[in-house]
Design a protein around this ligand. Structure first.
Ligand code: IPM
Ligand code: MG
Length: 352
């Protein structure tokens, strides 16, 4: 197969982890006789520095033309403590999600048998966890009206959802549930928020179209608690943008390291694959960041965007092997030898 992949490395550790995923994808392409045409493009702080825009039109064009986008991370400490900055790297990410119509963010959470004791949660709590969050990604408070009134003394962010936005996300949730254990949890705050009541009402109306799916409705605060107490009782969870942002960071603790968690963002145009960790600026340039979340995101890309399941499985298998054999970066090494980011990448390539 001929594959064109837009490569948006971004900021911080982005370029380092992306470089390992590229090595692994190239090795897979060689082994399975595919031809990958990588098309690099600017995003985040790197793009602000170069052209003054965190998601320039030239980058958007490259993404539109590609079969998939592989994304590193965006963010720079220079902006974090400057609330008055007019352009911010994260705006690039939001603009990209909106312009590519990436309304569904798929974030799987699973445990690796060899790492189960690395999680701060007890083994008996997390063993067997295999859940997927479907986070709505282009609506809600992230994209509503925001601003200041009262001479700057009052600030507001508005959360808005349309029924159509809920339906298209929930439809993906029901369909995903049908391919798994047919359990769907709708996470909301319907006891307080009108948008949540619209979510709940809409999902309730859709239940009749998926009679085999068992739907539960839970409040977000309760889910935050149950997620770390009984994560293995969940399967597919659907939720709005901000709740999903918070809960998926929480869920990453189950796996033992954020450095392991991949994600996909899908919707109307080209799909995008990215690790859920951010740009981790403290580690940038040190060759110490865990590349596995990005490598596993590439596996999701082969499976979902290109329908190449054997290739995806080969990547997952070699990642498992590296974990079992302790070829890991410092976040997972504990008292054992910590490998460099690039050494982990080289090992994966050599063992594919
Ligand atoms: C994420 C990130 C982003 C978000 C930030 C960087 C804007 O936290 O992808 O979860 O809040 O969506
Ligand atoms: Mg987040």
């Amino acid at each position: 197969m001929k594959l064109t992949i837009a490569l948006l490395a971004g900021d911080g550790i982005g370029p380092e982890v992306i470089a390992q995923a590229v090595k692994v994808c190239d090795a897979i392409a060689l082994k399975y006789k595919h031809e990958i045409n990588w098309t690099p493009a600017l995003t985040g702080a790197a793009a602000i520095d170069a052209v003054g825009d965190p998601y320039p039109e030239s980058t958007h064009e490259i993404c539109l033309k590609a079969d998939a986008v592989l994304f590193g991370a965006v963010g720079h400490p220079r902006y974090d403590n400057d609330p008055s900055a007019k352009v911010r790297p994260e705006q690039g990410l939001l603009k990209m999600r909106q312009k590519l119509g990436l309304f569904a963010n798929v974030r799987p959470t699973f445990t690796f048998p060899s790492l189960i004791d690395k999680s701060p949660l007890k083994r008996e709590r997390i063993e067997g966890t295999d859940l997927i969050f479907l986070r709505e990604l282009t609506g809600g408070i992230y994209f509503g009206d925001k601003g200041r009134t009262d001479g700057g003394e009052t600030a507001f962010d508005t959360c808005t959802y349309t029924r159509a936005e809920v339906i298209r996300l929930a439809k993906k949730g029901f369909e995903l549930a049908m391919t798994r254990s047919k359990k769907l949890c709708c996470v909301d705050k319907a006891n307080v928020l009108e948008t949540s009541r619209l979510w709940r009402e809409t999902v309730q109306n859709m239940e009749k179209d998926y009679p085999q799916v068992m739907v539960s409705y839970e409040f977000v605060d309760a889910v935050a608690m149950r997620l770390v107490q009984w994560p293995n009782t969940y399967d597919v969870l659907i939720t709005e943008n901000l709740f999903g942002d918070i809960l998926t960071d929480e869920a990453s603790v189950i796996a033992g390291s954020m450095g392991l968690m991949p994600s996909a963002s899908v919707g109307e145009k080209t799909s995008l694959y990215e690790p859920i960790h951010g740009s981790y600026p403290q580690a940038a340039g040190k060759d110490i960041a865990n590349p596995l979340a990005t490598v596993l995101s590439a596996a999701m890309m082969f499976e979902d965007a290109f329908n190449l399941k054997a290739e995806a499985e080969a990547i997952r298998m070699v990642v498992n092997k590296s974990l079992e054999q302790g070829i890991v970066t410092e976040d997972l090494a504990g008292k054992n030898k910590a490998y460099k980011t690039s050494e982990v990448g080289d090992w994966l390539v050599a063992n594919l």
